[in-house]
Ligand binder design. Structure first.
Ligand SMILES: Cc1cc2nc3c(=O)[nH]c(=O)nc-3n(C[C@H](O)[C@H](O)[C@H](O)COP(=O)(O)OP(=O)(O)OC[C@H]3O[C@@H](n4cnc5c(N)ncnc54)[C@H](O)[C@@H]3O)c2cc1C
Length: 574
């Protein structure tokens, strides 16, 4: 059932077996998995069915560093959470991400890759991104083609795949299931403003819930799950500091630290000498009709040998805003995106990133491109509009224009090294419900920046070695180029600030996502990840959400009592 917080009587106590706060992908998955196992779930959501400015403002940051986008672009306060605006790219973390490595010192996962991978089929099902197969070699319909002919997998691979969801807006896709579930009580428009702990035991006693329109309520359950998104879970733990003076789970000072995003940069073009029509540059469809895409990735052996962070690199379109590309299709898309209609076509964060270009809009040159290319541009507009906006169900995730001269810009998407000084902090400013706002202090190290050039030079060596082309660097000083690209590029993937660890000395939550100071509070968020991978984090986050539901199911079926952290599956260093 779904109901509005305004209908909850002032002073009411809402009770369930488990109280899940936040109805983004993680919250919805935990709630429905538990409900389907017969447990009563209270799902508390700050926003409503649609975007509301007042609810969104509760997430506003007090300030950001130069790398971080404002909260308005990074998160959504509404049913379905940020999946209302996400791109929908689904990629699991790799086995190497779970290994202790010199590239990411001080970051040890207390869970093995194999343990997470057990839940990938469920995570793919929830995300609606097809089957959990992420190598073109394992899909007969793709295995016969190469991304670049004559460039076999070696130190550099071209067969690793990303999958694309519908894109799955969890609020919309799972609304009916929530409405029809007698086990789930989703209350929208109620914000958790405080986690109240028992001073005697340190355990969570109840949650304080408040509506922007007045009513207050209390939530009680046997277990509590924070699924409020990476930074908001961190904020709630930090701000609930009456019993645990430094914030809940912050006994060893890790809460809010180790904030990681991804290192994202575009500093090189690849020039290929192979036949242009043979380059697999765009999305492909697998046998189930799911969009997939190949990328360059580096073998674990190369990463270990060279001390490289985990990286993925993919072909992109030329800068759309620069009409020198000569493409009527790119000019047409660019003019549409910078027009008032553009805001309705793409998530604002992605729209801004795609149209970011120095100088004013060169409208006349773009129109010239369109006129010159009128036939293909018109055909593209009709076909893509249908596949992206009108076709029922699965939508085209994007488009890539084939390069007649076989030259493609490359996007680098790499692991951000954990750094305790990269963090979020509480400030004195409070939101409309009295909760302190956060400020981001995200940091990229010189090593993070240098990794881009190192990885690109590896790719250049591999491409040259295979005799299929070379890379052209776009900046004399690549580090300066990387820093330019990094400005306001982060905040979409929020990892590290409630890091998972084997012991309380090393993190905030344990291998079962239980907050160390407590036995009944859990965090379902990508913020629990100790490293950031090359992969976008949501699919792996959902795998952990499914695993958490399985764990809570076991606890709810068992006798009430203290957790047996050391005896639970998957616990132990990778
Ligand atoms: C533009 C954009 C593109 C992205 N693209 C991708 C992508 O392609 N692939 C990928 O893997 N990831 C992507 N992401 C990231 C992805 O959206 C997040 O990782 C994912 O939504 C996190 O899910 P979540 O449930 O943890 O948090 P959220 O989706 O943020 O949901 C949190 C929920 O909690 C609610 N809430 C917050 N605080 C409270 C409170 N105090 N009380 C009650 N409710 C509260 C919020 O309203 C929200 O509904 C993208 C993000 C953005 C912004």
């Amino acid at each position: 059932m779904i109901r509005a917080g305004i209908d909850v009587a002032d002073g009411a106590t809402l009770e369930a077996d488990a109280v899940v706060v936040g109805s983004g992908p993680m919250g919805i998955v935990v709630a429905l998995e538990l409900a389907e196992k017969g447990h009563r779930v209270l799902l508390v959501e700050s926003g409503g069915l649609k975007f509301e400015r007042a609810a969104q403002d509760l997430a506003r940051h007090s300030g950001n560093d130069v790398w971080h986008v404002p909260a308005d672009l990074a998160v959504r306060r509404q049913i379905g959470g940020t999946s209302a605006t996400w791109g929908g790219r689904c990629v699991p973390f790799d086995p190497i991400d779970f290994e202790p490595r010199p590239a990411v010192p001080d970051a040890l996962w207390p869970v093995r890759y194999e343990e997470m991978a057990r839940y990938l089929d469920r995570a793919c099902a929830w995300s609606r991104c097809g089957k959990p197969v992420f190598s073109a070699l394992e899909l007969p319909e793709l295995a016969g083609r190469s991304m670049i002919p004559g460039f076999p997998d070696g130190d550099v691979l071209t067969t690793s795949l990303e999958r694309w969801s519908l894109p799955t807006r969890f609020g919309r896709v799972y609304r009916k299931r929530i409405e029809q579930s007698p086990q789930v009580d989703l209350v929208a428009g109620l914000t958790c403003t405080h986690i109240a702990c028992d001073p005697a035991t340190g355990e969570v006693d109840h949650l304080v819930l408040r509506s922007l329109r007045g009513p207050r309520a209390t939530a009680r359950g046997r277990f509590y799950v924070l699924a409020t998104g990476g930074l908001e879970a961190t904020r709630l733990l930090m701000a609930s500091n009456d019993v645990h003076a430094d914030g809940i789970g912050n006994g060893s000072g890790h809460l809010g630290r180790w904030y990681m995003a991804h290192v994202e940069a575009r500093v090189a073009n690849v020039h290929l000498t192979t036949p242009p029509e043979s380059t697999v540059h765009d999305h492909e469809l697998d046998a189930d009709g799911v969009y997939v895409r190949r990328r360059f990735t580096f073998s674990p052996e190369l990463q270990r040998r060279k001390g490289l962070p985990n990286v993925a690199i993919w072909f992109v379109n030329p800068d759309m805003g620069d009409p020198a590309h000569g493409s009527g299709i790119l000019s047409g898309v660019y003019l549409t995106l910078v027009s008032p209609a553009g805001r309705f076509m793409l998530a604002e964060a992605i729209r801004q990133a795609r149209t970011k270009t120095p100088g004013p809009v060169r409208k006349r040159d773009h129109v010239r491109n369109i006129v010159r290319d009128l036939g293909p541009a018109a055909r593209f507009a009709l076909d893509f509009s249908y596949r992206r906006f009108l076709k029922p169900g699965r939508k085209a995730p994007g488009f890539f224009v084939r390069s007649a001269v076989n030259i493609y810009p490359l996007d680098y998407h790499g692991e951000h090294r954990p750094n305790p000084d990269s963090r979020v902090v509480l400030t004195a400013e409070r939101d409309a419900l009295g909760v302190p706002r956060i400020k981001t202090e995200l940091k990229f190290s010189d090593e993070d920046v240098a990794s881009v050039e190192q990885a690109m030079r590896e790719l250049d060596g591999a491409v040259r070695g295979a005799g299929v082309g070379h890379l052209e660097f776009l900046f004399d000083d690549i580090a300066t180029g990387v820093r330019e690209c990094l400005r306001e590029s982060s905040g979409f993937h929020q990892t590290g600030t409630t890091r998972m660890a084997a012991s309380a000395a090393d993190g905030v939550v344990d291998a079962n996502l239980a907050v160390f100071d407590t036995d009944n509070l859990f965090v379902a968020s990508t913020s629990t990840f100790p490293t950031s991978s090359q992969a976008n984090p949501t699919l792996t986050g959902i795998a952990f959400a499914v695993r958490l539901a399985e764990h809570l199911n076991g606890r709810l079926r068992g006798p009430a009592g203290p957790a047996t952290r050391e005896r639970l599956p998957g616990v132990g260093r990778a």
